[in-house]
Ligand binder design. Structure first.
Ligand code: GCB
Length: 615
C-alpha cells in the first residue's frame, strides 16, 4: 500500500490503531534527506489546479493540473499551452507560512501549490516515506505525477509511503496546501489567532527497512519502572525479537513482538537514574532495535500524578509557574518557523526571565522542536488540540478528525517528559453535543496515555453571594478532568474595578487541583497612563496582574497558572488602529521582545513562589 497516513480515521485505507498503520509520528530524530529549503509556490484562488477549465471535475480538460511537470511535457510537445509552470514560479524558503512569502500573500487564505525537485537513491528492499512535521491545514501530495496521499489538520505530523513511486535520480514533489477554514474544520474559521497557511514544519524523506520500529513509547510508570511499548511495521512485524537499550544506565530489556507486531515490557531502573524535573532536566539516549532498524530518542524519566488538590511531580507537590504561548517566534514579522533557536529564545523568556517552570502551548499542538526544547530546558508543558470555542460538535466527521488529531499529538509526543497535561478543549460552551464530543476525547486520552493528566480550559459562570461576586461552574467535564482549569478575565472583559478583584471568590471542588489556564489584559508596549489608568496602558495591565494575583492567593486549591500571554501575537480580529493593528496585546512582552511593566510584577511573584518551593 503506497499511502499511509496519520489522519487514520479520515481515510478508508487507514484505520486508527491497526497493526499496519505506519505512522512515523515520532520520527523527528530519524536520519533522512531534509526537503527543507527552496520550493516553488503558486497561488490558486479559483482552485484551477484541481479542476478543468470551466471548474469541472479533474480529468475532463487536460493540461491544467499543477501536479504536471510542465518542463518535461513541453519537451514532448513544444507547442502545447500551459497557463502555469511551477518551475518558473516564485520561490520561498520552507518551512514557513506563505503569509511572509510576498507582501500580496499577507492575508491570503485558500489553495497554494508547492513544488520542488530533489535527487534520491532509494535502496532496493527498503521503504521510503515522506514525513511532514505539519501542513496547515489540508495537504494533498503527488510524487512524480502520482497522487500519494492526503492529510487534514494543521498541527500534527503525517507520513506518506512513496516506496515504488520514488525513482533513482531526480524526483518531483508537489503539495497542494489549503488553509481555508470552515464550519467543519478544526479549528473553525473564527479564532483569536492568525491562520498561518503553508508547510510550516520540516519535510523529510526517510528510508527504513522493510520491517521497522514505527513507534516506541518509553517512560517511567507510576510505580517507578521503565516501561516500553513498541510497534513494528512491515510484513515481518510478528514474533520478532526487539530490545530496549539505555546505555548511560547500562539498561537492556529484550523481548519479542506478538502476532500484532507489538511488544510491551517493563524493567526496574538502576538506582542511579536521575529523575527529570524542571530543576534537573536529565535526558537519556534511548534506542529500540528490531531486525536491521533502530529508533533513537532522548527521554526523561519522571512521574506525574494528582493527589487530592495537589499535583505531584516525582511524588512531590508542585506549583506551576506558567505562561501561555502561541507558536510565533519573537520578531516584527513572524512566519511560524520554529527552530531550536527561536524555541529557546521564547522559552528562555519564561524560564529565566519570569522564573517559570510551566508553559501552556496554546491552542494547538506546537512544533516538536518546541516540545523537545521544553524537555531540554526543563519546562513542564500543557499540550492541547484546537477544539476552540465553537466547533461542529454534532458532526461525526468532525469528531473523527478531532480524535485523529489527538491520537497524532499523543503518538508524536508521549516520550516528552515535559508534557504533563493533555487538554482536549478551550472555552467551549456546554450543551449535550459538546459534552458527548468531549467525553469521547477524554476517554481517548485515558486510553492512549493514562500516564498523564487530563484537562480542558473551561468557562466559568458568576453569581453574587452576600454582595460578593463568586465564580462557579456546572460544566459536566469537571467530573472527568484530573486538573481543573479555568480562563478568567475579571477586570478586563468585565466591569469589575481592579481594587475589587481580590474579593472575588471561587466556588470549586475542594478535592481537585485547579489552575488558571488564562488571565490577562492588553497593553500596548510603551503606552503609559498612571493617572487615568486607561485600559490598553502598561499601568493598567500591571495593576490587573497585581490584583488578580491577590485573588489567586486566596484560592486554596490553586496549584498554578498560565497567564495570557507571553508575547503579543498576531490576531486578525484585533483591529483597533492605535492599540492593536492586527495584534492581540495581552503579551507580557511585545512582538519584538520589549518587556511591559506587568512582566516584572509576575516575575517577582514567581520568584517568591520558586523560593518557597525551594525551602
Ligand atoms: C481567551 C482565549 C484566547 C484569547 C484570549 C483573549 O479566553 O482562550 O484564545 O486570545 O481569551 O485575548 O481574549
Amino acid at each position: 500500500m503506497p499511502f499511509r497516513c496519520l489522519a487514520a480515521l479520515l481515510l478508508a485505507s487507514c484505520s486508527l490503531g491497526t497493526a499496519h498503520a505506519a505512522t512515523l509520528a515520532a520520527a523527528d530524530m530519524r536520519p533522512g534527506l531534509s526537503l527543507d529549503g527552496t520550493w516553488h509556490y503558486s497561488v490558486d484562488p479559483y482552485r484551477d489546479g484541481e479542476a478543468g477549465f470551466h471548474g469541472e471535475e479533474p480529468g475532463r480538460a487536460s493540461r491544467r493540473y499543477a501536479d504536471l511537470d510542465v518542463e518535461a511535457a513541453m519537451k514532448a510537445d513544444p507547442t502545447a499551452l500551459y497557463e502555469y509552470d511551477m518551475d518558473q514560479s516564485p520561490t520561498a524558503a520552507l518551512p514557513s507560512s506563505w503569509l511572509t512569502h510576498a507582501p500580496e500573500m499577507r492575508h491570503y487564505q485558500g489553495l497554494v501549490w508547492y513544488e520542488r525537485k530533489f535527487d534520491a537513491q532509494p535502496k532496493t528492499g527498503m521503504r521510503q516515506f515522506l514525513r511532514f512535521g505539519a501542513v496547515n491545514y489540508a495537504a494533498t501530495v503527488w510524487v512524480n505525477g502520482k497522487k500519494v496521499g492526503a492529510h487534514e489538520g494543521g498541527f500534527t505530523p503525517f507520513a506518506i509511503e512513496v516506496t515504488g513511486v520514488l525513482r533513482a535520480g531526480e524526483n518531483r514533489i508537489v503539495v497542494a496546501v489549503d488553509s481555508q477554514a470552515s464550519d467543519t474544520t478544526i479549528p473553525p474559521s473564527v479564532t483569536d489567532w492568525e491562520n498561518y497557511g503553508g508547510i510550516t514544519r520540516s519535510v523529510k524523506l526517510i528510508e527504513v527497512p522493510a520491517t521497522f520500529v514505527d513507534t516506541a513509547w518509553v517512560r517511567l510508570t507510576a510505580d517507578g519502572r521503565v516501561a516500553v511499548d513498541a510497534k513494528l511495521d512491515g510484513t515481518n512485524a510478528a514474533n520478532r525479537p526487539v530490545s530496549l537499550h539505555i546505555p548511560e544506565l547500562r539498561l537492556t530489556l529484550n523481548g519479542k513482538t506478538g502476532a500484532d507486531g507489538r511488544w510491551s515490557g517493563t524493567i526496574a531502573p538502576p538506582r542511579g537514574l536521575v529523575r527529570w524535573s524542571p530543576d534537573t532536566p536529565r535526558l537519556y539516549d534511548v534506542t529500540v532495535a528490531a531486525g536491521g532498524d533502530t529508533l533513537a530518542d532522548r527521554v526523561g524519566f519522571r512521574t506525574i500524578a494528582v493527589k487530592g488538590a495537589q499535583i505531584l511531580l516525582n511524588g512531590k507537590p508542585i506549583y506551576l509557574r506558567g505562561m501561555s504561548v502561541h507558536e510565533e517566534e519573537i520578531g516584527a514579522n513572524p512566519t511560524r518557523n520554529i527552530t531550536p533557536e527561536t524555541a529557546h529564545q521564547l522559552l528562555s523568556v519564561l524560564k529565566d526571565g519570569l522564573h517559570g517552570n510551566f508553559v501552556r502551548l496554546a491552542h494547538y499542538p506546537h512544533s516538536d522542536v518546541m516540545t523537545r526544547e521544553a524537555d531540554r530546558m526543563g519546562l513542564l508543558v500543557w499540550s492541547e488540540i484546537p477544539i476552540y470555542w465553537r466547533v461542529a460538535f454534532d458532526n461525526p466527521g468532525v469528531l473523527a478528525r478531532a480524535r485523529a488529531m489527538l491520537a497524532e499529538e499523543i503518538e508524536r509526543d508521549r516520550n516528552r517528559a515535559s508534557i504533563i497535561i493533555w487538554s482536549v478543549a478551550n472555552e467551549t460552551p456546554t450543551n449535550d453535543a459538546r459534552n458527548k464530543f468531549l467525553f469521547t476525547l477524554a476517554d481517548d486520552v485515558h486510553r492512549l496515555d493514562p500516564s498523564r493528566l487530563l484537562s480542558a480550559a473551561l468557562l466559568t459562570g458568576r453569581r453574587t453571594v452576600d454582595g460578593h461576586p463568586e465564580m462557579v461552574s456546572d460544566d459536566p467535564l469537571i467530573g472527568r478532568v484530573d486538573v481543573l482549569a479555568f480562563n478568567t478575565y475579571n477586570g478586563w472583559y468585565t466591569s469589575d474595578k481592579l481594587a475589587d478583584v481580590p474579593n472575588i471568590t471561587w466556588h470549586v471542588p475542594a478535592d481537585k487541583p485547579l489552575i488558571f489556564s488564562e488571565l490577562g489584559a492588553d497593553a500596548k508596549a510603551g503606552f503609559r497612563d498612571p493617572q487615568t489608568m486607561r485600559k490598553e496602558s502598561e499601568d493598567y495591565q500591571a495593576e490587573y496582574f497585581r490584583q488578580t494575583l491577590k485573588m489567586a492567593d486566596k484560592v486554596p486549591t490553586l496549584v498554578g497558572m498560565s497567564p495570557w500571554v507571553l508575547k503579543d501575537f498576531r490576531s486578525p480580529r484585533r483591529q483597533h488602529p492605535v492599540f492593536e493593528a492586527g495584534w492581540n496585546r495581552k503579551g507580557l512582552i511585545s512582538e519584538t521582545g520589549e518587556h511591559k511593566q506587568a512582566f516584572a510584577v509576575l516575575a517577582d511573584y514567581y520568584a517568591k513562589k520558586a523560593a518557597e518551593a525551594a525551602k
